[in-house]
Design a protein around this ligand. Sequence first.
Ligand SMILES: Nc1ncnc2c1ncn2[C@@H]1O[C@H](COP(=O)(O)OP(=O)(O)OP(=O)(O)O)[C@@H](O)[C@H]1O
Length: 234
Amino acid sequence: MTSIVTLNSISKGFRDGESFHSVLNNVSLTLEQGHTIALTGPSGSGKSTLLNIIGGFETIDSGDMFIYQNNRMCSVNQWQDKHWSQYRRQNLGVIFQQFNLLTPLNVRDNIQFSLALNQLKWNPWCDELCHHLGLTSLLDRSVENLSGGQQQRVAIARALAHKPQLILADEPTGNLDQSAGMQVMQLLTDLAKQANCCILMVTHSEECAQFMQQRWHVENQQIVVNAIDKKPRG
Ligand SMILES: Nc1ncnc2c1ncn2[C@@H]1O[C@H](COP(=O)(O)OP(=O)(O)OP(=O)(O)O)[C@@H](O)[C@H]1O
């Protein structure tokens, strides 16, 4: 099993005026290729902070972080913006609750945008993604006229189009009703498996967590790693 992200004793906090608020304290973790992880924990415990650190949107205060890139684990401690941009373009797919689509564009152009960042062209995997996500007949439709569930499926196609090694998802079904949310979760996990993508997903929903293999629970500045206790479906 290949490790794609390793955190060694990392700590992160935020300054608030004179005081310092510690959020993550001496956290060590490894993300493995193809694994799916639900990131759970109370509000304000540090879930988004951890996601932001792994995506390179936040820096760590101390510790070491390594990322698998160009066939080796690289220390990111000295990385500059250009290294993070390259990593995000090539190796990361991001799915947010608010979809974050390019609203003046149609479905095809939204997906093509993420391909173009990696000098990739539309390919059979894109057709397959659109087929499974029910987007084939919507490719020429402007994304702003689509339903919430349809927009979220476009966001998934866009995140997976370049087959990144890691998908970071923050409450990806938070804006959908229960049935659309479960459908989106099923599609996301099936397609990520086909592309051998790891998923790290922040969720408050036990139903969504059930789609993942592992749980990282953030509490008291630490992360407890557990297998998901699968409940029988139906
Ligand atoms: N840029 C920032 N500046 C100052 N404090 C911050 C910043 N980002 C996060 N925090 C603080 O860090 C703590 C953890 O925030 P974070 O957003 O990671 O929590 P969370 O677990 O994702 O919460 P929620 O489930 O409510 O979204 C909170 O106390 C928050 O106020």
